[in-house]
Design a protein around this ligand. Sequence first.
Ligand SMILES: [Zn+2]
Length: 371
Amino acid sequence: MVAFDFRIAGDEIRTRVVIEFEQQPEFSYHLLASPYRLVVDLPDTIFVFSDDLARPRGLISDIRYGAMAPGRSRVVLTAAGPVKAEMAEISENESEGSFRLVLDIAATTDTEFSKLVEEQQWDTQGTAPDTDVARPQDGNDDMFTVVLDPGHGGIDPGARGRNGTLEKDLTLAFGKTLKSALEEVAGVRVVLTRDDDRFISLPERVNIARQNGADLLISIHADSFRLRRVRGATVYTLSDKASDEMSREMAARENRSDLVAGLSLEDEQDTVADILIDLTRRETEVFSIDLAREVISAFDGHIRLITNPHRSAGFRVLRAPEVPSILVEMGYLSNVDDEKLLTDPKWRERTAELLVAAIKTYREKIGSVSN
Ligand SMILES: [Zn+2]
């Protein structure tokens, strides 16, 4: 399926969105709350129109589109207030043999919006976040399992560099480089949460780590920050209270990933705070902090670090209770010098080697504690 044109017109009362397709698409749509969104599900679609065409206007404040999963794509239209679809129809452009999807979106009241959300039929198969808690595997094999998590992907591109680099591409490239470097180490098994350009929800990423009985999880990012002079690597661990304002902002941004992709977070519960889990969490926290320190000391003097490079905040991807987890911002795409480094495969290789060294040291220390 190819979508080759996108048009949006209208005002704060009524907005029309038209998407042109080469073939006739099967589609479905639904509404989601907090924030108000209209989500259109499509079969596997390549969006070839220019990003400039899909600029928000009228009722729509944000537009995202892209891959969700193999065979599925999605358009997410975010609105500033409650909206409804007055029309959602496919029609054929007879002269060209192409098809257009027309969405007429109108402002509505909160009451009507909630009623529509409640009444809608939504085939949730594969679209709702996977909240099943995986049964953690016993670490009964001798392999040391590292789960690498390239941030973002598919419909969620992450940050965009000033020269157009997409975070989701960098994190994937780096994830693959790090995987090959780590696989050189005897006894280490590496699992990537994604090895292509697809969307994976944050709970799914956590589940992949748990299901694989991960000994650690490293989530890889290269975000942007509003202060463009900020540059260098940062290593984050999980905490309820953010260590500082910047970390709070970064976590809020990362945690929006699922919203951007049109997932509903309402039914996601925080893990029950029973005492056993609390104890596991406390132990996991200590290991996570150790790992963060090893990474920083491996980086120190070789690659640039921001001031106070170990920070913490409430990143959802770091919430596996029994898997020591860190999130590494390798640099900031909002900084032109960092963008240059991040896009350099040589730099990525060197950085991967430093991470491998850190993981090795961490693993040796853990080994000497438990033996
Ligand atoms: Zn990111």
